[in-house]
Design a protein around this ligand. Structure first.
Ligand code: MSP
Length: 647
């Protein structure tokens, strides 16, 4: 029976700005998944998106759309990136998928029944306008880190997971199974930073967030995002569903590949949850390093740094092709450590390794076969001089690459493949086929040299498939060669097989010119995005004071307020304006609750012709100001009596 290999990436938070740093984990996993598939294993490669939580809820509200309307296009954007990079996942899971939601509910239920989840009270610093709890250390100068306003110490009924109970078992796991968490440095981080001090139970429900999975035993609570997110690794396999065939087949996972900042969730919370569920633990969690720009993690919040370099995967793939981007990510960053990203480094790698070393080897070999053997594979001939060394290097390649991939070390695997490519280029210099070609008596030797080169190229292309799927596929097709690992034996190419001469796989890039073009593009994009975030206010036509005096502005006091039925956007206010009471409808329900509006003094356009909105009479308009952060009702700074004229 074929061996099984279950590999996962973390599921991604929806972003409107996917960058090359996001691609790192997934490209590594894709290369590993492809490698194991080529080994004949039955592979399940899972990736997806982590869509619930307060942040999405707030962003959607700010834009006046539902959370689902907000996340849908972002998720499509991520799928586009994976398509461009030819990521071949077996399932793309979304935490909003119905089967996932059901599974999360069943997990909560099971843990609640077994007593690993219990009800208690959460104490935290609460920011009322943001509806968010913050811990002491999250506060900024004692205030809400999001809006800078005062917070109050509040208690909230919450459910907790007995994480503390599992601390000794997790410590023992690290001791008993050194493979579980890698690289080794991450074990020390977990032990020293978290486990040594003991673990506290984890608050796993929120009543203040609505965009999440409702707890089945208490629907006013929503699941904590990290439990929801981690569960994807088993919900995707049908855990606790009617069809759990995949779960039985693929669990436990062979590898959870994650960035180092989320190791603690995967190496502490996740094994504890699995222990509580009575499930076997994943075989390996690997915490890789980051792509840095100017020494900082490449992330969308580091806008200033990001703006100096082109980091947009769509544009990068368009300019240099999917293989070049995959190659850079897989080769440049020492595995397990951080690595600096610059456009110059990327171009350097493309030119040196792909255009020069690999590209030249392929094109020189194919050109010489075309010129001297009518584009057909020459006879193998006798071994001479440096042949043996080249052949044995090529024959041992799979074993070395396999060991590197077992250690998850893609940079080393590529270094091993390119060592053979380099050796083959050196072999060309040593055997000087262009000189052999001048002497008809050396035709057999020329044939043997070109045969050895073609075989070396073919074998390199087979092992390159997981890393450079497009280029490797082209090379193999040009020799009519198959790509299976079973064909990794020297001497498979048959004499007379036609060879198609390929166009350059990686055209050389003029670095100076390209960097100048990229700098121009980046600065144009920066200017455009700055303009979009600070649009110039539209200048209205000039008016006279007489025109202005036609508008009657008065101070009103909101004495009652309710939502307009069947509308997400409208509030119905009852406003006292002097002796009069007016009915007013305003589109501010996404920014203010009815309770917040009552008691407010507002500026009312009092002589606006009355209209009916959703069947409710509106006799005036409340003035508001709006920017990209939200909307604010305009109120007088001092207490001014209702009915007062605004001039
Ligand atoms: N949603 C959580 C994961 C939940 S898994 C149960 C999350 N999402 S994320 O979108 O922030 O990150 C997804 C992956 O992208 C992580 O592995 C993260 O480390 C990776 N990267 C994001 N920026 C990165 C770099 N600059 N460099 C390398 N990888 C980085 O965390």
């Amino acid at each position: 029976m074929a061996e099984k290999y279950y590999i996962t990436t973390p599921i991604y938070y929806p972003s409107g700005n996917w960058h090359i740093g996001h691609c790192y984990t997934t490209v590594i996993c894709d290369a590993l998944a492809r490698f194991h598939k080529l080994k004949g294993e039955e592979v399940f490669f899972l990736t997806g998106t982590d869509e619930h939580g307060q942040k999405v809820e707030k962003e959607a509200k700010k834009r006046g759309v539902t959370p689902m309307q907000f996340v849908d296009p972002l998720v499509s954007g991520l799928k586009d990136v994976w398509r461009l990079l030819d990521i071949r996942y077996d399932r793309f899971i979304r935490t909003t998928d119905e089967d996932h939601v059901r599974c999360v509910q069943k997990i909560y239920e099971k843990l609640y029944e077994s007593g690993d989840i219990y009800k208690s009270e959460y104490t935290g610093h609460y920011c009322t306008p943001c509806e968010a709890f913050w811990t002491e250390s999250q506060l900024k100068d004692g205030k809400c880190p999001d809006c800078g306003r005062e917070v109050t110490l509040q208690r909230e009924e919450s459910y907790f997971f007995r994480l503390s109970k599992y601390a000794p078992r997790i410590l023992k796991l690290y001791e008993d199974d050194p493979e579980f968490l890698q690289p080794k440095s991450r074990v020390n981080e977990m032990v020293n930073n978290f486990l040594k001090a003991g673990l506290t139970d984890l608050c796993v429900s929120r009543t203040t967030v609505k965009w999440g999975v409702p707890l089945p035993f208490d629907e006013k609570h929503c699941s904590y995002v990290w439990i929801d997110a981690l569960a994807n690794y088993i919900s995707a396999l049908g855990y606790l569903s009617d069809d759990d065939a995949l779960m039985r087949k693929f669990w436990p996972a062979d590898l959870h590949m994650v960035g180092k900042e989320i190791v603690r969730f995967h190496a502490i919370v996740w094994p504890a949850l699995l222990m509580a569920l009575g499930l076997p633990l994943p075989k390996r969690v690997y915490g890789h390093g980051w792509l840095l720009i100017g020494g900082d993690k490449l992330s969308k919040s580091k806008q200033d740094a990001v703006k100096e370099e082109l980091t947009d995967p769509y544009e990068l793939v368009k300019r240099y092709g999917q293989d070049a981007i995959r190659y850079f990510l897989l080769r440049e960053i020492p595995f397990g450590s951080d690595g600096e990203y610059t456009n110059e480094r990327l171009l350097g790698r493309i030119n040196a390794d792909l255009a020069n070393d690999l590209g030249n080897l392929v094109s020189r070999t194919q050109a010489m076969i075309e010129q001297n053997f009518d584009g057909k594979i020459p006879p193998r001939g006798e071994k001479e001089g440096p042949d043996e060394e080249l052949i044995s290097l090529a024959e041992g390649l799979f074993e070395r690459v396999n060991a590197d991939m077992d250690a998850l070390n893609a940079p080393d695997a590529l270094a091993d493949i390119f060592a053979v490519v380099d050796r083959a280029n050196k072999y060309i210099d040593e055997t000087a086929p262009w000189i052999l070609a001048k002497d008809p008596a050396k035709k057999a030797r020329l044939g043997a040299v070109l045969y050895n080169l073609a075989e070396t190229v073919r074998m390199c292309a087979i092992v390159l498939q997981p890393f450079l799927p497009h280029a490797a596929g082209e090379i193999l097709a040009s020799f009519s060669a198959e790509g299976s690992f079973g064909a990794l034996r020297f001497g498979i190419l048959q004499e007379g097989t036609p060879v198609v001469r390929l166009k350059p796989l990686f055209p050389r890039i003029d670095v100076k010119k390209e960097l100048a073009e990229v700098a121009k593009l980046v600065s144009e994009r920066r200017a455009a995005s700055e303009k979009a975030s600070h649009p110039e206010p539209q200048k209205a036509a000039e008016i006279t004071i007489d025109d202005f005096s036609k508008i009657e502005l008065r101070i009103g006091e909101v004495i009652a307020c309710e939502r307009v039925e069947k509308s997400d956007k409208l509030l119905h206010e009852t406003v006292r304006v002097g002796d009069e009471v007016r009915s007013v409808v305003s589109g501010i329900a996404q920014y203010y609750t009815p309770e917040e509006m009552v008691g407010k003094r507002v500026v009312l356009v009092a002589n606006l012709k009355p209209v009916k909105l959703r069947g409710v009479l509106s006799e005036g308009m409340i003035l508001c100001a709006e920017d990209e952060n939200g909307l604010s009702v305009i109120s007088p700074e001092k207490l001014i009596s209702s009915g007062a004229k605004v001039r």
